[in-house]
Structure formats: C-alpha cells, structure tokens
Design a protein around this ligand. Structure first.
Ligand code: SAH
Ligand code: SF4
Length: 441
C-alpha cells in the first residue's frame, strides 16, 4: 500500500503563491509570503475532495489502478464525488468492493472542517472553514465563505487565499497578517461544504424552513447557481489554482456551474487578466474604487504597480468581452473620499467604449476601519449620473452585515499560526509550513 507521503507526492495538491511577485516590488505596500504549503499531506490519508481529474487519476495510479482502467475509474469517482456528493467510498456501488477497500485505506472523502456557521437575519450564511492541517504543528488555516440566497439565484462567495497580501485601506481582509494561497482543492471544497450545509445534492434534504428563508430557488435550479471570487484574497495572485478550481466547478458531469455564472474579482493584476479570460472564460469584475491614480494609489495600492490606464487597457483586451459579456466595475462608496459628482462623471468618461456594468458598493465597516459609508442621498445621486450616461448602476445591497459577512468584512484568525510558522521555518520544516507574512517587520 502506498504511504501517505507517496500519495502526497503523486497528488501534491500544492499551493504556489507567487512569492516573487510580492518580493519584486521593493517598498511596495504588499506583504510578503515566506513559506510554501502542501495541503492534504497530513497524517490520516489525503482527501480526494476538490481534486482535478488529473489529480484523481494520479491518486488512483498511486494505489495501483492499472493504466487501462484509469479513465473509467476517474469517471466513476467524479460522478460520486461531484454529482452525488458522496461522503463515503461505501456508497460507490458501481466500484468493486476490493477497490473501494483500497481507496478507503489510502484516502478519505473528508471535507474541511466547518468551525462555525452563522446565519444572518437576511438568510445569508457565513462559514468559517478550517483547511486540513499541513503538518504536525499546523492546526489548519481558516478562511471564510459566504452564501447569499436571492429569489432568482444563490450566490456563493468563495475565498482564493488565506488573508491577502494586498493592503487596500478599506478592506478588513487586507489587515490579516498571515497569508497563503489556497490549493485548487481547497477552493472547490468551499462549494462542497456549502452544498452539504444547505442540502444541495440530489436526494439530500434541505434544511428546515428552507422555503420560508428563500433558500430554495424558485426556478427549480440548484441552490448555488453563481460563484463569485469575492471572498478573502486576490484571485489573480493565485491564478493557477483559481483556474483549476473553476475547471472542476464548471465540469458538466459534476458540479455543473456555468462559467458565465462565475465571476472573478480582481484588484487589478493586469498581467494575469488575459489568461483568466482565455483559459477560464469567466466573467470579470474589477475593483476600481477611484478614478484618479493619486487616490487609487492610496485605496488600492496595487495601482502603484499597474495604474488605471494600464488596467483599463487590459479590460478592453479581455477575451470574450461584448455587450452580452460586460465587465463589472466595483466601486465602494466612501464618504467624502471618492463619492462626488465629479468622480461619477470621470468614471463615466473613463469607461467609455468598454462594455461595462457599474456596481456601487456601500462601504461595509469593520472594527477599526477609518472610513464611513457615503450617505444614501449621495449614493443615489452618484448612481443617477452613472445611469444617465447609459450604464446599469445597481447599488449592491449589503448582505449579512450583522454577521460581518458583507464585502470586505472577512478576516480569519489564522495569523495566530504565525509564530508556529516561524518556528517551523527555523526547524527547516519549510515544505509543510504555512506562509508567514513579514509585513515590514
Ligand atoms: N481581492 C479581490 C476580491 C475580493 S474583495 C478584489 O479586491 O477584487 C471583493 C470586493 O469587495 C472588492 O471589490 C473589494 O474592493 C470590496 N471591498 C473590500 N472591502 C470592502 C468594504 N469594507 N466594504 C465594501 N466593499 C469592500
Ligand atoms: Fe485584498 Fe481585495 Fe481586500 Fe484589496 S480588496 S486587500 S485585493 S481582498
């Protein structure tokens, strides 16, 4: 039988944070990620949950499934794991007993642990999810994931990193000190956890009162119909894993989410945008938030690296862009900072020629934040100017504010691991460690 380490080798599932990207920009307001992580290498067997087809294939090969059977076996496992939501190899009735036993000896179907679930009075749910431990000293990185039920859709807001190396001044996640990339499996696992929790599998039972709480979609579609990469982290600093996760989530024989219902939000990692469009073919959202470089340098510091002009050029070149596939520009409304009539008019001028939607986000406060949300009349006035210029300009209703689940409010306690990460680095346990963030210290 393969050992756990063999399995990890065949099925590395590894995170690959673009450490150099952060390090390249000397004096830049980005935090630095220091250590790498291999998830799923913890004692007790690696979980197959969230793996890509290729990773599943490698995992099967590692326990001796012959080459000629691999394709068929992957298809079987894929169906059980991603279509049916199987939690136990014993459920897989069309897989022979002997192979099921071998699978169970080497692997698990365990999900990351749900540490807490909070349900807002508006039906929004927030899960604090602890990822599998990566080594004896790591209790597992924690991330947050939010489910927002609406009448015509159910949107899952997923995280792409633990924390974020960027430091947008209005965002709670940006204050988190410890950062690492999530693996593609860890990203997919958020969808699995959500579907477990709301009973969104064939033959599963939805939670009590789902109808009254608006959890059941009126059109008979699945509960989770849309995914937005708007949780913790900058998705385009983790592009490989984000694209791999999108491939799994949108696979027609498994989780079957339409790519047109998946939106990746970026603060403006210009060099990765073309790749996202051509390889993942998803919808794009841009966190613009300011129309002058001087202000955007302050609010969204990655602007010092890629300014507004470069960002909008990359938007114009986004593959698949058309009136039917518009880019969403997110604009957080900060009182007295970026919310004047002149700002609104400049916004309209800047976006000329780009098929766009403008999403105005009332600022969501968090403990210690230095901004205030613009007054409602100001937001309406801003929205009107944008609307008159011919742009849809919906104001995003804050959801789940009472449980700190709204945009920009997510932050986990994972920074507590930092001291351990350092200790592990000193002991040379780099490969199994977690990212520690220097933050200029
Ligand atoms: N890192 C990515 C995706 C996650 S943030 C990005 O920045 O695009 C999702 C959205 O929430 C972004 O537009 C972000 O700028 C916005 N946001 C962050 N903090 C916020 C806050 N406190 N109130 C309202 N929106 C916020
Ligand atoms: Fe990171 Fe996005 Fe928050 Fe900026 S707004 S700190 S990029 S998560």
């Amino acid at each position: 039988m393969a050992t756990v380490l063999d399995i990890a080798k065949h099925n590395p599932n590894a995170a690959t944070l673009a450490v150099s990207d952060a390090a390249r920009v000397a004096g830049f307001v980005e935090k630095k990620a220091e250590l790498n992580v291999v998830a799923g290498a913890a004692p007790g067997g690696a979980s197959l949950i969230g793996l890509t087809r290729d990773q599943l294939k490698d995992s099967l090969a590692a326990i001796g499934v012959p080459e000629r059977d691999l394709k068929m076996r992957v298809a079987q496992l894929w169906h059980w794991i991603y279509f049916r939501g199987a939690k136990d190899f014993a459920e897989m009735t069309n897989v022979g007993k002997e192979l099921r036993a071998r699978l169970a000896a080497a692997y698990t179907l365990s999900r990351p642990q749900v540490v807490s679930e909070q349900v807002s009075k508006d039906g929004t749910r927030k899960w604090l999810i602890r990822m599998a431990s990566t080594g004896p000293l790591d209790k597992g990185a924690e991330i947050e994931c939010v489910y927002i039920p609406e009448v015509d859709r159910g949107t899952l807001c997923v995280s792409s990193q633990v924390g974020c190396t960027l430091t947008c001044s209005f965002c709670h996640t940006g204050t988190q000190r410890l950062v690492r990339n999530l693996t593609s499996a860890e990203i997919v696992a958020q969808l699995i956890v959500a579907r477990d929790s709301i009973g969104d599998w064939p033959h599963a039972t939805p939670p009590d009162g789902a109808q009254e709480k608006g959890l059941l979609p009126s059109d008979g579609s699945r509960f989770v119909s849309n995914i937005v990469f708007m949780g913790m982290g900058e998705p385009l600093y983790n592009t490989d894993n984000v694209i791999a996760a999108i491939d799994v989530m949108s696979d027609g024989e498994g989780l079957t989410l339409s790519r047109r219902r998946i939106t990746v939000s970026t603060s403006g990692v210009v060099p990765q945008m073309e790749r996202l469009g051509s390889e993942a073919n998803t919808m794009l959202a841009i966190s613009l938030h300011a129309v002058r470089d001087e202000l955007r340098d302050d609010l969204v510091p990655i602007n010092r690296k890629y300014d507004i002009g470069q960002l909008l050029d990359a938007c114009r070149a986004y593959p698949g862009l058309s009136n039917a596939r518009r880019i969403t520009f997110e604009y957080v409304m900060l009182k007295g900072v970026n919310d004047s009539d002149a700002d609104a008019r400049q916004l309209v001028r800047l976006l000329k020629g780009i098929p766009a939607k403008i999403n105005l986000i009332p600022f969501n406060p968090w403990p210690g934040s230095k901004y205030e949300c613009s007054d409602w009349e100001r937001i309406e006035r801003f929205s009107e100017i944008v609307f008159r210029a011919g742009y849809a300009s919906p104001v995003r209703t804050p959801r789940g504010r009472d449980i700190l689940a709204a945009c920009g409010q997510l932050k986990s306690e994972t920074e507590k691991l930092r001291a351990r990460a350092r200790m592990m680095a000193e002991q040379g346990i780099g490969a199994e460690g977690v990212y520690a963030v220097g933050n200029g210290e």
